[in-house]
Design a protein around this ligand. Sequence first.
Ligand code: AMP
Ligand code: ZN
Length: 494
Amino acid sequence: MALYQEQSLKLYNSMTGEKEVFTPINEGHIGMYVCGPTVYSNVHLGNCRTFISFDLVFRYLKHLGYKVRYVRNITDAGHLENDADSGEDRIAKKARLEQIEPMEVVQKYTVDFHNILQKFNNLPPSIEPTATGHIVEQIEIIKTILENGYAYEANGSVYFDVLKFNKDHAYGKLSGRAIEDMIANTRELTAQSDKRNPQDFALWKKAEPQHIMRWPSPWSDGFPGWHLECTVMSTKYLGEEFDIHGGGMDLKFPHHECEIAQGEAATGKSPVNYWLHANMLTLNGKKMAKSTGNFILPEQIFTGNNDILTKAFSPNVVRFFILQAHYRSILDFSSDALLGSEKGFNRLMEAYHSIVELPVSEKTGFNLAEWKQSCYDAMNDDFNSPILIAKLFDAVKTINNIREGSLQITEKDKKELKESMSSFMFDILGLVDVASENENDENKLAGTIDLLIQLRTEARNNKNFALSDQIRDQLQDLGIQLKDGKEGTTFSVK
Ligand code: AMP
Ligand code: ZN
């Protein structure tokens, strides 16, 4: 029996505003799409928080035994400066400023993105498609939306007709905005706009002569609207209806609202069953954002190279800090908060590593199964990582009590406690057991040096002193000192 059949997972669906029991479309399989980054600059810690939040979701679903297809896109075209339909393409702008090709910008920041997420121990998604790799599919879906009567062409651009769509389907249901309020709150169209109504959004934009990122289409040489790529790539890889769609809270409107409208206009079906939105990381109480300069880069935290920090913090500690808040709560970044997380993280790790040394007894004096289920209950309750971490600290207390002799544990339960903690901390929360990784590296180094010592002894036995001296000298250059004694050769590392 798969674990998901024993555990009842509930998740908060932003569409209904309620925690719902999770039931996938195909038993045992899950399709999950998460909006990826626009690769025009280094990811800041705010972006990372969202991707770590969905890494937690991905890890837990996998842990429960589901076969998860996780699609996270790379936005490498179509995202204009102001999130709406005007301004320069963010990537093209950066390329112009740095005098490089747009695809060089894309390459540079995609590599940076992967690098940083790897440091945070995020698992890679199953598919990572790009907008520029799906221009043909985007053109095809625009044709379908036009045929279905929910879009119109104007001067080589194609716009989604929000008012027409709203008559047949509701527009605004995810963000809870009424179309009347949207109309009342939007400014008048400017004279040069081709839109029929200010609420309409671009599916295809005709490129101005200076716009270098352009593709041919039936309407003009141009580029797709920002919202379209996610509709196309999610449905291409997960189907017209799929289980989970995630992203940061700031993408609810207009991005996700437009995705729903595009999907429904093209297929008549509602594309997503569960909408998950991660809340923002703030700095000085304000949303961390590239555009305002109110941000910190992960690399600055790992090196301590930023005035707001009192010291450097490891990716593990930063990840722990992020997971100490529920993904739907706002989290404020500060050096003090990180210090607190570091202390907690170290305490947790120390306790975990001390389990092997605990004395064992005939009986276990606490309910291990109940504790384990309480950890699952936390995760089943909309991925409540702070509660899970509180349960792990309960285990720390238990471990301390056993060490002090006020509580007892059997050999078998000791093993199970260690395995459970490991599974919650490393597999599900995605923390890294640095101590045992270091220990592993040390073992590998010792094994390699032993091998070299053996080869040197053989060389000496064969009177190949040139080779034996070379091994000794080159090891010495690397800070590894060999000492010959009666019992054989030993080594020390500087
Ligand atoms: P972008 O590259 O701007 O499209 O953003 C990539 C992801 O980061 C999106 O899911 C955003 O919602 C998310 N994001 C941006 N700023 C923050 C923040 N301050 N806190 C958490 N997530 C954020
Ligand atoms: Zn998206």
